[in-house]
Design a protein around this ligand. Structure first.
Ligand code: HEC
Ligand code: HEC
Ligand code: HEC
Length: 287
């Protein structure tokens, strides 16, 4: 079963760090990603994320670095160089962890430049600090451009692959993909038969469609712990529209059929925007 990973921002319980990150933004680091540049995350990352790891270790290292980066500059600007040095050491310690955790990323970090950055802080040399911080910052952003989106999709977004549904029409246990194909066929047949004036088979298809649509709610609890989410795609309005669709078919009212289908379809689109798009991306970054 898929599990929604609830990630707590890891601040080590230190309120000051929290306050700092809220106050600051580091213009040196860009988190932008370009889909064309995206690369499959290296396999070794499996060890740094649940379920293999207890915590999303790599992400925590990132948070530490981001805070430390800001910590250096906020203190350097205030002339508190001893504190800036502490943050520089924190940054170096965490930055050095990257190639230890992910050996294939060894050439993506510049440990030598990081050393010079720490040295610049020790020497209280703001212009050298800026120079080396910019070089290090570029290693951050170039890795992010390739790996941030794929890693988030692969390790944070839960998968629909292991979710199964009992199909109330066939009695079979289906994957989400197969269930969707079935519901899509019901919908298309409803449209085609209604259009052709074949209202008996249209009625049957619409009945199957409504049954399957309502049957979708069985999968929500695989990932969601509250019932409120169901209101969004399965509220009273949807229920009404499903009933109306069947009624309009019985009344042979083509316009009414068309209208109710359009309204029901907004539920399909809403859900697809939230759930199908990430699932499609997940398939791209699958091993
Ligand atoms: C070799 C690759 C690599 C390098 C170098 C790197 N990062 Fe990251 N960073 C990642 C990946 C992958 C993620 C996505 C992690 C996740 O969401 O679990 C990430 C995410 C982040 C995030 C966002 C975390 C979140 O909660 O969304 C921040 C902030 C961050 N990195 C800061 C930095 C800073 C600052 C540096 C440089 C000092 C840096 N990173 C260097 C790979 C890298
Ligand atoms: C495989 C896991 C999975 C399944 C199954 C699933 N969802 Fe979600 N859903 C998510 C994730 C992940 C999000 C993003 C927010 C989060 O992480 O909680 C989300 C977000 C939502 C949102 C947006 C509101 C919010 O909490 O951000 C709604 C509404 C929603 N889901 C409804 C449903 C309904 C209704 C079902 C059952 C028909 C369902 N979901 C089944 C994973 C799932
Ligand atoms: C509760 C969320 C949800 C609702 C509501 C929903 N879908 Fe889907 N749909 C999904 C997810 C998730 C996938 C991706 C499944 C996968 O690829 O494993 C999907 C995939 C599909 C696919 C592609 C299947 C394939 O061949 O890969 C079709 C077609 C589809 N849905 C049709 C519909 C129609 C039509 C409706 C409305 C009547 C609908 N869906 C309502 C979540 C939903």
């Amino acid at each position: 079963m898929g599990v929604v990973i609830k990630i707590k921002p890891h601040m080590g319980g230190e309120k000051m760090k929290k306050a700092l990150i809220a106050l600051l933004s580091v213009p040196l680091v860009s988190y932008a990603g370009d889909l064309v540049k995206c690369k499959k995350p290296p396999k070794e990352l499996d060890n740094l994320y649940p379920p293999k790891a207890k915590e999303p270790v790599l992400m925590e290292t990132m948070h530490h670095m981001s805070i430390a980066f800001s910590g250096i500059f906020v203190n350097a600007k205030l002339g508190k160089w001893d504190k800036a040095e502490n943050w520089a050491e924190t940054l170096k310690r965490n930055y050095s962890k990257i190639p230890e955790m992910v050996p294939s990323w060894k050439r993506k970090v510049r440990l030598d430049t990081m050393e010079k950055l720490v040295q610049a802080v020790k020497e209280k040399d703001i212009s050298q600090l800026k120079r080396y911080a910019s070089v290090v910052g570029k290693t951050c952003s170039s890795c992010h451009a390739k790996y941030m989106l794929p890693v988030k999709i692969k390790y944070h977004y839960p998968s629909f692959d292991s979710v199964k549904l009992d199909d109330p029409v066939s009695g079979k246990r289906l994957s989400v993909e197969k269930y969707m194909k079935a519901i899509n066929t019901d919908l298309k047949l409803t449209v085609i038969f209604s259009h052709d004036g074949e209202f008996k088979p249209a009625f049957k298809a619409a009945k199957r469609f409504a049954t399957r649509y309502n049957g979708l709610t069985q999968m929500c609890s695989s990932c969601h712990t509250n019932k409120i989410v169901e209101e969004v795609y399965f509220g009273k309005e949807t229920e009404e529209n499903l009933k109306k669709l069947v009624k309009f078919i019985m009344a042979k009212d083509k316009e009414g059929i068309h209208e109710s289908i359009e309204k029901i379809e907004t539920g399909c689109y809403k859900c697809h925007n939230v759930h199908e798009v990430p699932q499609m991306l997940k398939k791209k970054f699958r091993d």
